[in-house]
Design a protein around this ligand. Sequence first.
Ligand code: GTP
Length: 348
Amino acid sequence: MTMSADEMHDGHTAGPNPSPRIVMMGLRRGGKSSICQVMFHNMQPLDTLYIESTTAPTTSVFSSFIDFAVMELPGQINFTEAMIDAERIFSTCGALIYVIDSQDEYINSLANLHSIILHAVNANPNINIEVFIHKVDGLSEDFRLDAQRDITQRVTDELLDDGLVNVSISFHLTSIFDHSIYEAFSRVVQKLIPQLATLENLLNVLCQHSGIDKAFLFDIGSKIFVATDSSPMDIPTYEICTDFIDITVDMNNLYAVDRRPKTATRTDANTITGRADSSSNGVKPIPQGRPIGSTSRLSNGVILYLQQMVKGLALVCLMRKESMPKIALVEYNIEFFRDALEQLWLIG
Ligand SMILES: Nc1nc2c(ncn2[C@@H]2O[C@H](COP(=O)(O)OP(=O)(O)OP(=O)(O)O)[C@@H](O)[C@H]2O)c(=O)[nH]1
């Protein structure tokens, strides 16, 4: 039986053109399902210990500034033998994430990755190959870098031997036990956003004219950052921002006015107070109606500022306390940023 991309679906509505598509592959027990569960279904990393091996391809569709679908192909399927319509899957997808278990012997993974890259690039020369060197939480700092160097060297050497010099391939060190998986996934998604350069430009202009040191545009549900300004970023800053989003959403949900009609059923409640597809995925419900906003001052004087934007996005900014007297100007500029974002989203 040949399975086509459209047949492999887990029930989330994709619409007629669920693009861009991210395909996730890798050998058994590499960590693919765990990544999807932690990123998009709010599962706690430790709970992934009990995940059963995936037996059939699954697709989840997420709606944000861009709609994107993530398809996971189980490691136990040899996709060439299983007659999966690989050509079609690769030709319609924007990125192929290949997950390598760095705590295990990875020679077999590299051979498997190589044959998949050959198929993928043949079907779609523009595909982005993203290699997740995963489970690095179990490796020391030195070991991580050694593994990354070794894997990068082996994969690129083999591609060069095959004369494939223009393959777009990136390597990321990831773990579900820290924020590295969010950063890596953000980088993958960003490459699929056609408006990325415009978003970054808008954030740069906003920072320059408002005394903001760093600004991120986050998808609230998945905590993927869709764009950031061009100033350097580090993982601790990213972590502070995602924690701030969590706290803000939790506080908002705690004190949100219940606008449900008295007769509403339990099922109605999800669609009234939460993002329709996030509620069914286990992702925190994103407040509808009045946009959420919050300001907080850290012990080192840094101010965190959050404003909800269009399509479940939030602008999170870091600024020094000296910028606080100019907060009216910051908010004025953010209104322009929001307008620009709305226009950008409307023209698609
Ligand atoms: N230490 C560590 N373990 C992880 C990480 N990610 C996943 N795991 C564990 O790896 C095991 C396998 O994870 P799965 O998500 O089922 O792997 P899979 O690639 O989906 O496997 P198949 O469904 O067989 O294709 C689970 O016990 C997870 O808890 C990680 O970042 N670090």
